[in-house]
Design a protein around this ligand. Structure first.
Ligand code: NAD
Length: 493
């Protein structure tokens, strides 16, 4: 691992915190916000203050949207090849600063630094390259002579100015998954990051401005209710790309619909994990533990709801308990740490409340409470003997918590798996190929893993079924969300 702590990246974090104290990134530069009101950003590992961002006003938002609107025609006029090259240059510049970006992301979001360096940031750079390259291969129906005496041509065009609203669990990854496909296809962008995690987005804005024209990418900090809402409603915004909770997504979607604009929604999840009695249990348990505890379970696709065949349910509970107790919870700068703090005190309290609200018969097998020490630590938790319909089971937990249910037949397993309003992701563990195929066909989820969980790349689509979202992020489909198709018909007679 690069010795990020020894080479002064904490100074980089202090410096970026100073630059954004009171400012938004608009038109290629930090501009003082229209308000003295600030939001304090806390360090999840200590509870101490990292800095402050402006609680931007609708006037700040309007300034950013105006800069994006001015920049859009010139940016769209570049060839796909030229835009692609510039975005690849951004990817290369960020890759060259990977330890610094990793450090800032790890501290701000509360992630084990080693994991960010080894996995998360390389994934972010890879996503940048995927979208940059995909800009040059946009598909469309074939042009041609579909009626006598006319020729049709298809043009895939950008939408205009895109608004992005991101959550705090993967601040940089979520930003890139929205900003890069939008820019690659000729749109310009205004992003409002989550209140608690502004810093990697701020570094991204600076890195983009070093390569791209001013105004192509702008960042406005602030609350969802004021800055986020003003951004969604701004008449010059063509579409809104939102990731966050269902409750907020409903509000954002309604505001977008009010302006007759498109919204792309990546909302919450509650992933069922079906474990059949013919599964390779040890490797299944390893995959489930990894998939449920990654990012301290603050993951919309977390392997949180384990549903095991009744003949093996005790072994599953015991196997998860052992794996939870093996995790090293604590200091994110210690390379041995596997689980960092929750992102905020409020999020830890929300998860503790959900655990406390379990049904009377439910039994905590391990964890269930905070881990002593600095920061918002929470013990990996397994809860069994739950009711199939209780809140802890059917709603999103967003913390390092597994619930375990049991089933007796394939139909029973499917009914339990599909018994939630969410439809983001699911997995099935079995060595029976036919069963794997039958079960994945019947699962109402946008992503289904067979004998794995939580493995993905930017090439692959993320679509929330049910209440988990509208539209697609990542892959070619995610790119096309930021385009419109124009049909031009020429009379040839
Ligand atoms: P949240 O909904 O509270 O906030 C998300 C963002 O929306 C923040 O930037 C917030 O400031 C903003 N916001 C709040 N109110 C707004 C409004 N009225 N108008 C515009 N913007 C507003 O969610 P969170 O707590 O930050 O994130 C956790 C949630 O995100 C979880 O439910 C999780 O499942 C979901 N999530 C989903 C995916 C996915 O791909 N499906 C990925 C990551 C996280």
């Amino acid at each position: 691992m690069t010795a990020v702590t020894e080479t002064g990246y904490d100074q980089a974090l202090t410096a970026i915190a100073r630059r954004i104290d009171g400012a938004n990134f608009i038109d290629g530069t930090w501009q003082q916000a229209d308000t003295t009101e600030r939001i304090t950003v806390f360090n999840p590992s200590t509870g101490g203050e990292l800095g402050r961002v402006p609680a931007s006003t609708p006037a700040d938002v309007a300034g950013a949207v105006e800069a994006a609107r001015r920049a859009q025609p010139g940016w769209a006029a570049l060839t796909p090849g030229r835009r692609s090259k510039l975005l690849l240059d951004v990817a290369a510049a960020i890759e060259a600063r990977l330890p610094e970006f990793s450090y800032v992301e790890a501290i701000d979001a509360g992630k084990p630094l080693q994991v960010v360096v080894d996995e998360e940031l390389p994934g972010v750079v890879d996503a940048m390259r995927f979208f940059a390259g995909a800009a040059r291969t946009l598909p469309a129906p074939a042009g041609g002579d579909y009626l006598d005496g006319v020729t049709s041509i298809m043009r895939r065009e950008p939408l205009g100015v895109i608004a992005g609203i991101t959550p705090w669990n993967y601040p940089l990854l979520q930003a890139v998954a929205k900003v890069f496909p939008a820019l690659a296809t000729g749109n310009t962008f205004v992003l409002k990051p989550a209140e608690t995690t502004p810093y990697s987005t701020a570094l991204l804005a600076e890195a983009i401005a070093e390569q791209l024209p001013p105004g192509v990418f702008n960042v406005v900090f602030g609350t969802g209710a004021v800055a986020g809402d003003a951004l969604t409603r701004h008449p010059a915004v063509a579409a809104v790309s939102f990731t966050g909770s269902i409750e907020t997504g409903r509000r954002v979607g309604a505001a977008a619909a009010d302006g007759v604009k498109k919204s792309i929604m990546e909302l919450g999840g509650n992933s069922p994990v079906l474990v059949f009695d013919d599964a390779d249990l040890e490797s299944a348990l390893d995959a489930i533990a990894a998939g449920g505890l990654y990012n301290t379970g603050q993951e919309c696709m977390a392997a949180s709801r384990v549903i095991a065949h009744s003949s093996i349910v005790d072994a599953v509970v015991e196997g998860l308990k052992v794996r939870c107790e093996r995790e090293k919870v604590g200091d994110i700068l210690d390379p041995a740490t596997t689980i960092g703090p929750m992102n905020s005190l409020a999020q830890r309290d929300r998860v503790l409340d959900k655990i406390a609200g379990r049904s009377p018969g439910a039994r905590i097998v391990t964890g269930g409470g905070i881990v002593e020490g600095p920061g918002y630590l929470l013990a990996p938790t397994v809860v069994t003997d739950v009711r199939d319909d209780e809140e802890l089971v059917v709603e999103e937990i967003f913390g390092p918590v597994f619930t375990v249910q049991s089933f007796d037949s394939e139909d029973d397993a499917l009914a339990k798996a599909n018994g939630t309003r969410y439809g983001l992701a699911a997995s099935v563990f079995t060595t029976d190929v036919g069963r794997a195929q039958r079960v994945q066909n019947a699962l109402n989820f946008g992503t289904v893993w067979v004998n794995n969980h939580l493995v993905f790349a930017a090439d692959l689509p993320v679509s929330g079924f049910g209440a988990s979202g509208v539209g697609t992020e990542n892959a070619e489909l995610g790119l096309l969300e930021f385009t419109r198709l124009k049909h031009v018909m020429v009379d040839t007679r």
